[in-house]
Design a protein around this ligand. Sequence first.
Ligand code: ADP
Ligand code: MG
Length: 479
Amino acid sequence: MQWEVVIGLEIHAQLSTKSKIFSGAATAYGALPNTQACAVDLGLPGVLPVLNGEAVRMAVKFGLATGATIARRSVFARKNYFYPDLPKGYQISQYELPVVAQGTLQIELDDGATKTVGITRAHLEEDAGKSLHEDFHGLTGIDLNRAGTPLLEIVSEPDLRSAKEAVAYMKKIHSLVRYLEICDGNMQEGSFRCDANVSVRPKGQEKFGTRAEIKNINSFRFVEKAINYEVERQIEVIEGGGAVVQETRLYDPDKNETRSMRSKEEAMDYRYFPDPDLLPLDIDDAFIETVRGTLPELPDQKRERFIYEYGLTPYEASVLSASRELADFFEAVEKASDGEAKLAANWVMGDLSGALNKSGLDIIVSPVTPGMLGGMIKRISDNTISGKIAKEVFEAMWNGEGDADAVIEKKGLKQVTDTGAIEQAIDAVMAANPKQLEQYRSGQEKLFGYFVGQVMKATQGKANPALLNELLRTRLRSR
Ligand code: ADP
Ligand code: MG
């Protein structure tokens, strides 16, 4: 039996407003427990919520960036359930009438193809508090700092067909909300997390299978692993003659498995109803147009521009446009190198990204600045140094030894372009390797590389590679 995987994601993006969605309390992460929770967040009787206009602006910005419909009227509803970190006994969310509906997002797949994923809706809601279990022996602590933090819940259509597609979609949403500056995307701090709905069906069958919902996954890697595990599990259940039950599951990264948490509640269990404390949210055209005017160049637009403006490959353009910081860095390097776009792309995606990864640094604090990298690339294109020596220069710049010109000067890395000096080195190498010379001359052409290596060694890597190749070829041929 061939199985088809069906996935829909619900992504929670914490909106980066200064204050909460219905109160004036601060949203900054990491404060001491319960120092950022006011009477509204505590759910004290008699207080009234007031909607934060900035959160609405951010939701609309997201809607416009995904070509969605912005509801002229949307409604906040109470979603009723009991939990210690939810003192009101209900969460304010949007249910029947969300602010954003029917958007789309393009994702790029491994084979270079693109796919359009439907966004069913994106609605505004408040986050709950946190239950703390560590440090409390036999007790649970409640921290309400997070209560009332604005969230945009972005719900996809069940359009995704593999764990890889789900990750590509999640990464694209992550990139988009950061471009829009509506969410910091910090997954460790829980600012960006997702629930994955997963089902399988026999290939060719139209009807969807029963889904399980895996809650609160906060890394791209875990999303992929959790979905793959869940797919295997469901196929095993069905092939063993059982049936998948609709339920909520938790992913355990240590054991790499999903476990049943609770049976899936139905919408009716929450007794949704419009919150009588909040007026419907009315949005007019003028507001929408004002927000439209604040949209930056979006990832897809940037990617296209990188291809036609700089002649990058679609792959390079995708990588470099994935984050605004990376894209800005690349463009600054390109500028500082006087238009060496290809080299700029190679160095940013290669050595620079590698070094940043290795030391766990963010690109905005890179010790090698765009100006330094661009300056170094200029020295490659004007033949002062070879690409190979440039690696040494890069490392020295990374270690704080100054800019490219200073490093080249101090370490004497200037490339040898003096024909006489290179020929001298070639002659010495030929004289020292009579056996290899004879083999080469009797037809073993692949020994050419050996001679290149020897001459490079003799010149400490400083011979201009193109010149060396040319001189060596004539020298080896002439007797
Ligand atoms: P709920 O609000 O109860 O979680 P929704 O109907 O709003 O349920 O769907 C939530 C998510 O589940 C959406 O992203 C949707 O695409 C996805 N989904 C719905 N049915 C399936 C299915 N059979 N298999 C996989 N995903 C599904
Ligand atoms: Mg759900």
